[in-house]
Design a binder for this molecule. Structure first.
Ligand code: SF4
Length: 525
């Protein structure tokens, strides 16, 4: 918040780490205070000793990448899964947006760097502040036998239904190709963040379209998945090899997802395919939130473009791949706190906040803020907890009533948080009608869509109350001031004026206030 206090935040990672924690019989671990030396938590369950929790010496893990730590601990503790920091989280005092990398089944089998990340909001920095370098969950898998019919039905819908279509490949129920498709979808309409969220109106991003890499004979793109997921949204890129006249995947490079890809390459003026693969992988290995890092680097590059005589951070400039990699490595090592503490602090320190792309201190995902006035009202990240980020592209609406409703109607923007409450991947796109019978069969609880809507809305409103409790004022709910300037390269209506914004904010906050009263919620004491 503007007063420097942290706001409510959560962050999730997919694959099997959570399943292993649960298999050990643990629902929740609360860490208080700070260990005196670097440690990792070992959650261990076996048939003779039952459940034990111990803090183990982690000094031999320090300085290693996320992937190295995960493999080392998984080798040391067979049949385990691991959550680990990279060097970034070890230097938590200088880095406020470190991520937590969670091992994936595919990663442990292939020994390729394919972890899943709890990336947003600096959870890795919090973990680092406790001198907690990793968590290992070691327990035999729980075999639950035949799945109940409602769960099988839900899995079928999730794997092949329309809700997850955008994340699947064409050979999996006519999918649309994964989040990467957004580069080719948003670039032609000038809605792709380029050079610090300023679409340039040129063809430079085209080499980073999925079809461009597909047509490059050096690469082999394979869709792979988290543990037991039929959607397979990971678009993993390998060096192409030939065997008996057939192409097959060779050395693994990295995975392309829309946000890291855009924000670490196109948003920094980097368009080379191989460089894109390297920078995305570097950031995964070092354990950053790639969104926060990409946005902060984009700000620095624009600042230096505006101030060629007095540049900051090694004079980093758009398109400087090698310079960016050096800055990333030095930041991870704790040598550049002005980068590692994020774009809000840096822009305030430089006295130029208009083009710092964040809301409430959390760097924006890769959707232009001039297309999404819902950003400031998101509780845990603009593309994770408020589904208003592509509405202008899909609906094209710019009137006040539409946007007030999009943000405050419990069935719309906020309902995106339902999946966080249920523990579902947001890409599953599971309709309520398949979730309700699963609850009945597994927990014996009857829930209706209305129950889910109310539970989600109450959760959101409690988040708002937590923000208020931390001392937010109306001035915390703002967009980067550059949204008021029309970029002629953006081929979407420009509708957020200062007058529009002030009226919208007033009406949205009033609507939420009325909901808080209706539910009888209040700040915790
Ligand atoms: S859709 Fe979700 S659970 Fe499935 S592979 Fe993708 S991130 Fe993992």
């Amino acid at each position: 918040a503007n007063n420097g206090r942290p706001l409510a935040m959560w962050s999730c990672a997919s694959d099997k780490f959570g399943t292993k924690v649960l298999a050990a019989g643990v629902n929740e671990v609360i860490f208080l205070g700070r260990a005196q030396r670097p440690v990792y938590l070992l959650i261990h369950r076996d048939d003779t000793e039952g459940l034990t929790l111990s803090l183990e010496d982690a000094s031999d893990l320090l300085g290693k990448t996320t992937h190295e730590k995960i493999l080392q601990l998984a080798d040391r503790h067979p049949d385990s899964h691991v959550a680990a920091l990279g060097p970034t989280g070890e230097h938590w005092q200088q880095n406020f947006y470190a991520a937590i990398a969670c091992s994936a089944v595919n990663q442990l089998h292939s020994r390729d760097c394919k972890p899943r990340f709890a990336g947003r909001g600096g959870m890795g920095s919090i973990m680092g502040s406790k001198n907690l370098i990793a968590i290992v969950a070691q327990a035999p898998d729980v075999h639950r036998g035949k799945l109940p019919p409602a769960l099988l039905e839900a899995n079928k819908e999730i794997s092949r239904g329309p809700g997850s279509r955008n994340y699947r490949d064409p050979d999996k129920g006519n999918g649309n190709g994964g989040t990467w498709r957004n580069v080719a979808g948003l670039h032609p309409i000038g809605a792709l963040p380029e050079m610090n969220f300023r679409p340039q109106g040129n063809d430079k991003p085209v080499p980073l379209y999925r079809k461009s890499l597909e047509s490059n004979s050096h690469y082999f793109i394979k869709d792979e998945s988290c543990f037991k997921c039929g959607i397979s949204c990971h678009k993993n890129i390998y060096a192409a090899e030939e065997e008996n006249g057939r192409r097959k995947p060779g050395k693994f490079f990295t995975k392309f997802d829309y946000e890291p890809l855009d924000l670490l390459t196109i948003n920094l003026g980097i368009y080379d395919q191989q460089q894109a693969l390297e920078i995305v992988e570097l950031v995964d290995q070092l354990g950053f939130d790639s969104i926060s890092l990409g946005v902060t680097l984009g700000y620095i590059m624009e600042y230096n473009q505006r101030h060629p005589q007095q540049p900051i951070v090694d004079g980093l400039s758009f398109g400087d791949f090698h310079g960016a990699c050096r800055v990333i490595q030095r930041t991870a090592a704790g040598q550049l706190p002005e980068v590692g503490r994020g774009v809000k602090r840096l822009s305030e320190q430089r006295g130029e906040t208009a083009y710092a792309m964040h809301c409430k201190g959390l760097e924006l995902p890769a959707y232009l803020p001039e297309t999404n006035p819902g950003y400031p009202f998101a509780i845990a990240g603009g593309h994770m907890s408020m589904r208003t980020f592509l509405l202008l592209v899909f609906d094209g609406k710019t009137d006040m009533d539409y946007w007030v409703d999009a943000i405050t109607n419990p069935n719309r923007g906020v309902y995106y948080m339902r999946d966080d409450i249920l523990g579902l991947c947001k890409f599953a796109g599971a309709p309520d009608k398949v979730i309700e019978p699963v609850f009945k069969e597994i927990y014996g609880v009857e829930i209706t869509r209305e129950d889910l809507v109310h539970a989600t809305q109450r959760t959101y409103l409690r988040g708002l109350l937590l923000e208020r409790q931390q001392g937010t004022t109306v001035d915390d709910y703002v967009l980067p001031a550059r949204v008021y300037e029309r970029n002629p390269n953006v081929q979407l209506p420009h509708f957020i004026t200062p007058e529009f914004w002030h009226e919208l904010r007033q009406r949205v906050l009033q609507a939420f206030e009325a909901q808080i009263e209706t539910y009888g919620l209040r700040e915790a004491t």
